[in-house]
Design a protein around this ligand. Structure first.
Ligand SMILES: Cc1ncc(COP(=O)(O)O)c(C=O)c1O
Ligand SMILES: N[C@@H](CCOP(=O)(O)O)C(=O)O
Length: 466
């Protein structure tokens, strides 16, 4: 399998290079040159597999012969051994909905599904090919801790995680800042998640800096994130349909950076029987407005909501979707992003807009609706969902075939949960004792220069880097 950039500046690299490159060197995102098709017989066979066996089958065509099958199997097994549920991502009937629980990993959010694998993959590639990785990532709360848990203590890897100061939940902040391994470096920036993401993308676009400091990406700009997140769509479909290829299901996906729902979109393009894909947003509803109007335009500010991990204006993976929407026309994608930079908007013609509406439904939930959904699910049978999950369950109301993605454990957001139902969710053992532990984090202004010098200073002190 070969990978290319959505903007055309990278035309043919292999899987390992795509994973280590992260953001494409021309500023675009890497996508597979072709998508394998999954036929009805394969779907039937896959529906019988365990999560780990299924991951091996889904990954294989994308990895090609770059990693021997037994090595890939071992990587997958190691990545999911630490999940607390034997099914890894079980589907449950709860709170009056059908829920795909994605929070049974070490940091209690769906990011673990991909980042446990990516951490092990980085380690494998380093052991095989030599070198080092200095990972730089931006987080609105969950990617950060999942990345840190994916690579903490791993030789040859340093990880720098930028989070927006005061804009992640107290538990999310502690999950990151209480990890004191020497290779973990937390940076709280005075700004929003979009500021942090812009800084990270700027560093990756500074090719001399990227190359000399061996930067690696853990955000969903990294293709391996999308690949690993596709697996649970196939898994959930198998559990719900019993493997009947005639039976399509819908998915409702709480959305911020567009990585998760994009993984579902690709799974459908590969042949997974998906009826509707619902983009569920909070008040930061650029994607909902895009589906409704065909116009992608950020508002003047990011709104603080009860689902803070989705307080995002510009969605990273939207570019990958535009690439597929324009049938792989890289010049067109490049022009659209130049237009976004110059005029602050992308506007589709009527024909493309109709295709978007065929690809997705989109609904936004206010904080009041989010609280009301947490309450309704709880009153149904005592099931507590996190506010992000509640946004997705709310968006799926009235759909009888929907699987709602539960993206985080509710105890990570107990302030919102308490507001809704008057009590918090019990803390899983992985989240206990965090508030009492020692922390390490530096505060920085939201500028590229400040972050760059902090990375250089830290790498010089650790003896890693250039
Ligand atoms: C709990 C939670 N739900 C949903 C999302 C949205 O996922 P995505 O960014 O892949 O759209 C995020 C982070 O982005 C998250 O942390
Ligand atoms: N909500 C995310 C934002 C970053 O998204 P990613 O999928 O691109 O890593 C978070 O929790 O950090």
């Amino acid at each position: 399998m070969h990978y290319l950039s959505t903007r055309g500046g990278v035309t043919s690299i292999g899987f390992a290079d795509a994973v280590t490159m992260g953001l494409a060197t021309d500023g675009g995102l890497l996508v597979p040159a072709e998508l394998p098709r999954v036929d009805a017989a394969t779907l039937r066979a896959w529906s019988q597999l365990s999560f780990q066996e299924l991951a091996l089958e889904v990954f294989t065509p994308f990895v090609g012969d770059e990693i021997p099958r037994e090595d890939l199997r071992a990587l997958i097994d190691r990545s999911y051994a630490g999940f607390s549920h034997p099914e890894v991502t079980p589907v449950v009937e709860a709170g009056g909905a059908r829920i795909l629980e994605l929070f049974h990993g070490p940091t209690a959010a769906f990011k673990d599904v991909a980042l446990q694998f990516l951490g092990n993959l980085f380690e494998y590639l380093l052991a095989r090919d030599g070198g080092e990785f200095n990972i730089v990532g931006a987080t609105s709360g969950d990617t950060g801790s999942a990345a840190i848990y994916g690579v903490r203590g791993k030789a040859g890897i340093q990880v720098f995680i930028l989070h927006p100061k005061g804009r992640v939940s107290p538990i999310q902040a502690r999950q990151m800042t209480t990890v004191l391994d020497d290779n973990v470096h937390n940076i709280a920036v005075e700004g929003t998640f979009d500021d942090a993401q812009r800084i990270v993308k700027t560093l990756f676009s500074d090719l001399p800096f990227k190359r000399s400091h061996h930067l690696g990406a853990v955000n969903s700009i990294n293709w391996a994130r999308i690949l690993a997140q596709m697996v649970y769509y196939f898994y959930a479909w198998g559990r719900v349909s019993g493997g009947d290829p005639e039976r399509a299901v819908s998915f409702s996906v709480p959305t911020g950076n567009f990585g998760d729902v994009f993984a579902g979109y690709l799974a459908r393009r590969m042949g997974l029987p998906v009826r509707r894909l619902v983009i569920a947003t909070n008040r930061n509803d650029i994607l909902t407005r895009f589906v409704d109007s065909g116009i992608y335009a950020a508002e003047s500010q990011v709104h603080r909501t009860l689902s803070p991990a989705m307080d995002i204006q510009l969605a990273s993976n939207f570019e990958r979707y535009l690439y597929f929407l324009h049938d792989g026309d890289c010049a067109r994608v490049r022009a659209l992003f130049e237009g976004l930079r110059e005029h602050g908007r992308i506007e589709l013609d009527a024909e493309r807009h109709a295709r978007v509406r065929a690809d997705f439904d989109a609904r936004a939930a206010s904080d009041a609706e989010t609280l009301e959904q947490i309450r309704a699910s709880y009153e149904h049978d005592g099931y507590i969902c996190c506010p992000h999950t509640a946004v997705g369950v709310h968006a799926a109301r009235g759909m009888d075939d929907a699987v709602c993605l539960a993206t985080a454990h509710p105890a990570k957001f107990n302030e919102a949960v308490e507001q809704a139902i008057g009590r918090g969710a019990p803390l899983p053992s992985s989240l206990q004792g965090l508030m009492e532990r020692e922390q390490r984090c530096v505060d920085l202004p939201a500028t590229v220069e400040a972050v760059k010098s902090e990375i250089e200073r830290t790498l010089a002190a650790t003896g890693a880097g250039a």
